[in-house]
Ligand binder design. Structure first.
Ligand SMILES: Cc1cc2nc3c(=O)[nH]c(=O)nc-3n(C[C@H](O)[C@H](O)[C@H](O)COP(=O)(O)O)c2cc1C
Length: 191
């Protein structure tokens, strides 16, 4: 029987949602049975005991995971110990210094929560004005101002976005996302 994977994610501006869907597609191609759950929208999060592997992903805002992903990890901390666990984040920092983003947003988090993922990675988040859907009513007044100010400052200084070597030929991280998914499938044992 096909192994089962839960992908539970939180996304404020859409990057982690896109990444999660890509991971899901790649895992299905590997023959795994995937349930994709947006933790912010879903009232009934499936019980993790029904899954062989669990992936949890979040976008980063002011250094934080989304409230729902945070709560999910805290609530399931003990039961996750017997699962194959993967973690991932989308952030601005990942584009500029992927190692620092890994340390700050994933390794420190694992230490703080006392969890241990077998696989984790960081992906480049939405970072320039045209990346954001400002018509999204969930983007509040203050956030909108922060995004617009950051974009203005960037344009004024003509400051190029520094791109980490890791993303030079893969700016959207698509290849890295597929590699991440395939490593996870290997860990769960899809074949
Ligand atoms: C208000 C705001 C705060 C942010 N704070 C951070 C931050 O602290 N660290 C970081 O690396 N990126 C930060 N970012 C960039 C986001 O991580 C990036 O936009 C990412 O796409 C968010 O994930 P999501 O699209 O799934 O919500 C911030 C973006 C905004 C708009």
């Amino acid at each position: 029987m096909a192994k089962t994977i839960l992908i539970a994610y939180g996304s404020r501006y859409g990057c982690t949602e896109e990444v999660s869907k890509e991971i899901g597609k790649a895992l299905e191609k590997e023959g795994l049975n995937v349930s994709l759950v947006n933790l912010e929208l879903s009232k009934n999060v499936p019980d993790i005991k029904n899954f062989d592997g669990v992936l949890v992903g979040s976008g980063i805002k002011i250094g934080k995971w989304t409230k729902e992903t945070d709560n999910f990890l805290k609530k399931n901390k003990d039961s996750l110990k017997s699962k194959i666990l993967g973690l991932y984040t989308c952030s601005g920092l990942a584009m500029e210094d992927a190692d620092k983003a890994k340390k700050t947003y994933i390794e420190d988090k694992m230490e703080k929560l006392g969890i241990d993922a077998q696989l984790f990675d960081v992906f480049p988040g939405k970072s320039i004005l045209s990346d954001f859907d400002l018509s999204n009513p969930k983007i509040g007044f203050i956030e909108r101002k922060i995004i617009e100010q950051a974009a203005k400052a960037q344009a004024k200084d003509n400051k190029p976005i520094i791109i980490d070597e890791k993303w030079k030929d893969d700016p959207k991280g698509s290849r890295a996302i597929r590699t991440f998914a395939s490593k996870f499938a290997e860990l769960v044992g899809s074949k």
